[in-house]
Structures are given as structure tokens and as C-alpha cells.
Design a protein. Sequence first.
Length: 260
Amino acid sequence: MSLKGKVALVTGAASGIGRQAALTLAQKGAAVVIADLNQSAADAVATQIIEAGGKAMGVVMDVTDEAAVNAGVDQTVKQFGSIDILVANAGIQIVHPVEDFPYAEWKKVVSIHLDGSFLTTKAALKHMYAAGRGGSIIYMGSVHSHEASRLKSAYVAAKHGILGLARVVAKEGGPKGVRANVVCPGFVRTPLVEKQIPEQAAAFNISEAEVIKNIMLKDTVDGEFTTTEDVANVIAFLAGFESNALTGQSVVVSHGWSMH
Ligand code: NAD
């Protein structure tokens, strides 16, 4: 499916899954805005796309800051003429048992995932509705949108919440041709996951190899990590699927870790 003539904004696109999503959407022909806290890394991804012959721009955006989100979305429309695809991907992980979870850290995790998804959706929808050419909103869920793991209360609660937001946006946006879907990856070896391996080894008093084999990949069908390319290809498919037949759904990309 070609995305020629489409404009995409990807949050958290300076690293990991978001970065690969930006590269893949650009390869399919979309102009891509790389929105991230990390300006220099965002600009580096944009430069890589431009050097390969694509259109891209880096913008600094904290997805929990309404003014910054609105400014980044407005800048996207000003630069490229529209916003057709939003990938609400920015995210972090903080792990603690519930009884010790610092409230400030709970709020930080929930806010980046849920407030960030809400604020970017709100800003993008206004332009999508005004332009009257529909759109595709893709949320970064997780196997943790459907399953639970110890120590991840804030993340699991937020990722479950994203399903609810996506379903409401699917219902409200449907009559205007705006689709909303959630991509739910299993473990992908990005900086977010690399950080968790020693943390979980310490928390459960096991080796790092055991964390990978017995926790992260235990429930997969083949003991394999999901890759950033796997996830980006599903994002590109959802971005290019032009009818409301596929909306309000979650697509789990996890080597069978979760089969919801
Ligand atoms: P990553 O750490 O490689 O990248 C996350 C990016 O988000 C970073 O560039 C960071 O600067 C940016 N970011 C963080 N807070 C931000 C904010 N407030 N505003 C804007 N940008 C911000 O992580 P990743 O593994 O690529 O994760 C991306 C998304 O995928 C997250 O939503 C994560 O929950 C989800 N996910 C990851 C995995 C996995 O195994 N890696 C699995 C399922 C879901």
C-alpha cells in the first residue's frame, strides 16, 4: 500500500519502535514528522529520511504538554499541508510493586501514555475533521493492553486504557472517515526493554538470561523477540487501510505471547 501524498506524525519517534515506524512510513511515501523530547535524535531520524529521498521534519514535543502538542501538530500542517496519520507511540516504563509505587512515578507513566494519546488525538482530529479527508490514528498498545505482569501496574493500567480511548475515537471518527486502532507488541529489544532486563533480574533475584527466557519470551510460541520492523509493518498496514472495516481494533504482534 502506498502512502504517497499522506502526512504522518509519529510521537516518540527518535528511538526504538517509533523510529522504525517513521522510517517505514517514509519508505511507503508519507511525509513524516518525528516528534520527541529528544530534539537532536529526532532531527537525526528526519535527516536520514531526507537523505534517502523522503520528506521529514523533527519537532520537539513533550506529549504531556498541551501547548507543545498543539504547536507540533500545527507546524506539521503548516509544513506539509495536512495530517493524515497519527502514531501515538511515546512511552516509558517504570516498575515497582504496587505497595511501593511512588505516586509521582505512577502519574508520570499514566500521563505519558494516556494524556499523551489523548492530547495528540485531540489536536490531530481537529485538522482531520476540518480537511474532510479522513485519517488513521494508530495507538501504541502492548501485550499489556490485554495481559498483566507483576511490577507493571501503571503501565498495564495505561495500556488497557488506550484500548478504551481508541474505541471511542473509532466511534466518533467513523462517520468522518477517521479510523483508530491499537498495535500491541510483545517484547521488542529497544532501549525501553534493555533497561528492564537488569531491573527485573534484581527484582526477582534471577540472572539476566533467565529474565529473557523465563519472563520476557516464556509465553511466545518460538522464544523469539518481536522486532521493530514487525511492529512498523503493522503500523504501515493500518495507516494504509482505507476503509472503516478495520477500526476500533487491537492487533497483537507478539509471537503468540498474547492471543487476544
Ligand atoms: P524507546 O525508549 O526506545 O523510545 C521511546 C521514545 O519516546 C524515546 O525517544 C523518548 O525520548 C520518547 N518519549 C518519552 N517520553 C516522551 C514524552 N513525554 N514526549 C515525547 N516523547 C517521549 O521505547 P520503545 O520500546 O520504542 O517504546 C515505544 C512505545 O512502544 C511505547 O509506548 C512502549 O510502551 C511501546 N511498547 C514497547 C514494547 C517493547 O518491548 N519495546 C512492547 C510493547 C509496547
